[in-house]
Write a new protein. Structure first.
Length: 101
């Protein structure tokens, strides 16, 4: 998937992909004991990140959602949550500015 992208965006795509995978294994509480090749994350351009499939239980993928975050320019983060319909609210510290995603 990464090699198919233009060279100038491959590094950014790698970090987005890795961060989403890492968020999922941490949310499950398994860390790297869950091999990264046992599930697939989609980062299609212009679409929200999503878990496409999990080898152990393919139907489980639809029960999870991922929210990509940009905490600062040049940085990426992701939050994986079991379920849907949740909302992330971020605050800038210090200061009163609030941003809903």
């Amino acid at each position: 998937m990464l090699r198919a992208l233009p060279t100038e965006v491959q590094q950014q795509a790698f970090f987005r992909y890795w961060t989403c995978k890492e968020a999922y294994i941490k949310a499950r509480g398994e860390g790297l004991s869950l091999p990264l090749d046992q599930f697939e994350v989609s980062l299609a351009s212009g679409e929200p990140a999503a878990i496409l499939g999990i080898q152990q239980d393919p139907s489980e993928a639809s029960g999870w959602s991922i929210q990509e975050l940009t905490p600062a320019p040049g940085y990426v983060a992701a939050l994986a949550v079991e379920g849907h319909g949740w909302r992330v609210t971020c605050w800038q510290w210090p200061g009163p500015r609030q941003q809903s995603l």
